[in-house]
Design a protein around this ligand. Sequence first.
Ligand code: SF4
Ligand code: SF4
Length: 111
Amino acid sequence: MKIEVTNPPEVVVTCASCEACCCRLEVLLITDTGVPERFTEIDRWGGETMARLDDGWCAALDRNTMMCRIYQNRPLICREFEMGDSDCLVERAANYQTEATVKACFGTTEF
Ligand code: SF4
Ligand code: SF4
């Protein structure tokens, strides 16, 4: 038997159900927000960035809670990265590669 779904639930994009996908991106420090030096490194072009550990995530991310440990001092780029905007959705889709999770991010798998 096939049951038609006429009222699919609204897709809710929230950091609370996200494995900090955006915290695997390179984060350039372009202003001084007080990021502790132990979480930073210098990239090959001489720019100061957030350090990332072998698992790919930012050094300042708490691996147990998947939350930022320096939230009050997080870089400007992190402050401007908006939950639910196009960059956020792209990162979520890139990190959750199954059909179900792509659908959860975009509401469809048809592009
Ligand atoms: S901003 Fe988007 S990608 Fe980053 S943690 Fe929140 S939901 Fe995930
Ligand atoms: S500083 Fe915080 S918000 Fe920015 S990438 Fe690292 S863990 Fe994520």
